[in-house]
Unconditional design. Sequence first.
Length: 226
Amino acid sequence: MMIHLKSYNVSAVAALALLLITPLLHGQAPATVKLNLPPGVEKLCSIPFEKDARRPTRVQDDALSCLQDVAARLKSSADHKLVLVGVADPVKDHEGTDKGKERDAQDMSGLDTRYDDIAAYRAVNAKAYLVKWLGISSERLIPTTNESRKGQDVAFYLVPADADFLHNYLNTTRTNEDPCTVKPCYDPREESLDPQPRAKILAPGKPASSTKSTTSSIRKGTQHEN
């Protein structure tokens, strides 16, 4: 039996192939499909990580507005949690570098982060900022990564309150943060990431503060929502 392909099907396949191949010919990452949001999930905003090539996982100063909006929304939506989705770009984030390959311990400086850890550190660091400086309970923030999308950002999604470590509504990849604050916790034998320290971002026009950035309050669980 002969199978006859309809012309529009062939054209659709050709168009998809061209969409995926063309960026590679120009040294770019292939196009990716956005997350399909299920009912009850809302994307709030996203923060970029493209300005500091030396510290690609450091929360940038221009992230403050989005972070403040996210914190305000969480404080007014007690029946919701937040899923943070970090991504990395194999071209712009220099996948082929040797960073971190000679290091056994975690990279708390942000200057020697392995490419494979960049997306996860971005999500964990963004969570740490919301907890330490904006007073959000760590149990409500679920850091994840999305390997199917390429970029240099963390996106924030408001999700129903029953979301947890195993079920985050987006089917993005779970991130093992240290300490574990989203239940059920991962196997303690698995690798995990501590947030890299970050000073408080000052709003434009405000004087510098002498407050030092540490992660001790996160570890002790002393930060609570206002």
